[in-house]
Design a protein around this ligand. Sequence first.
Ligand SMILES: C[S@@+](CC[C@H](N)C(=O)[O-])C[C@H]1O[C@@H](n2cnc3c(N)ncnc32)[C@H](O)[C@@H]1O
Ligand SMILES: O=c1cc(-c2ccc(O)cc2)oc2c(O)c(O)ccc12
Length: 231
Amino acid sequence: MENKGLLQSKELYQYILNTSVYPRESEFLKELRDATANYPGALMGTAPDAGQLMTLLLGLVNAKKTVEIGVFTGYSLLLTALAIPEDGKVTAIDVSRKAYDDIGLPIMQKAGVEHKIDFVESPALPVLDKLLENTENEGTFDFAYVDADKVNYWNYHEKLLKLLRVGGVVVYDNTLWGGSVAMSDESLVPEPYRASRRHSIEFNKLIAADSRIRMSQVPVGDGSTVCVRLH
Ligand SMILES: C[S@@+](CC[C@H](N)C(=O)[O-])C[C@H]1O[C@@H](n2cnc3c(N)ncnc32)[C@H](O)[C@@H]1O
Ligand SMILES: O=c1cc(-c2ccc(O)cc2)oc2c(O)c(O)ccc12
């Protein structure tokens, strides 16, 4: 497979996938990953090692009510739906449901988890605002996953902290943005990474200074920042 990781060698990343990730990956997740491989934008899918960390965290917090921003074909959505209980719910938000309908939905149905998914086709900010309009939603979400437009990560963070319960977890994907966040010379940054890079750098600074959360920057996949709401 192509090197989607940030480690010192492709071989080391492949070793981790082959030894620790793929043997434990659900057959439905593998099917979705394989089906996504030839779909336009395939590189955007959540990396399987980052997905495995999400599954671990969903279990640790006994996640039942969750929200996801950025679905694409649905790798992270499927692992969430598989991890939550039968009466759990994931509100899945994406500006377009085409990739989900083309690839993910039939696999969700086969996996028997479609009933746990509430897909909302919309930009995410107004959906979060709508959730917050209903004060009963405040502090009730166990888990959130953000894997969409980098420019809005901080806006998502402010709203998600209101929706999460104390002890709830939010995971932000792509926070190392292909390693570009640490490149001192802008001209060395590959063109596709340039536009979002400064947003990721700014977000990483803000989140590291946020006293409302406990956090860890984990170098799985393209960088996952794991945050726990403290109070
Ligand atoms: C990196 S992909 C998500 C990958 C997905 N988590 C997975 O595991 O395959 C990013 C997605 O975010 C969506 N997106 C971009 N901007 C958005 C916004 N403002 N609100 C909601 N979704 C958005 C895109 O349509 C795209 O499908
Ligand atoms: O172009 C990308 C690439 C990724 C990406 C890179 C490496 C990984 O291990 C995982 C994902 O993610 C993207 C993304 O989340 C996005 O919103 C746009 C583009 C890309």
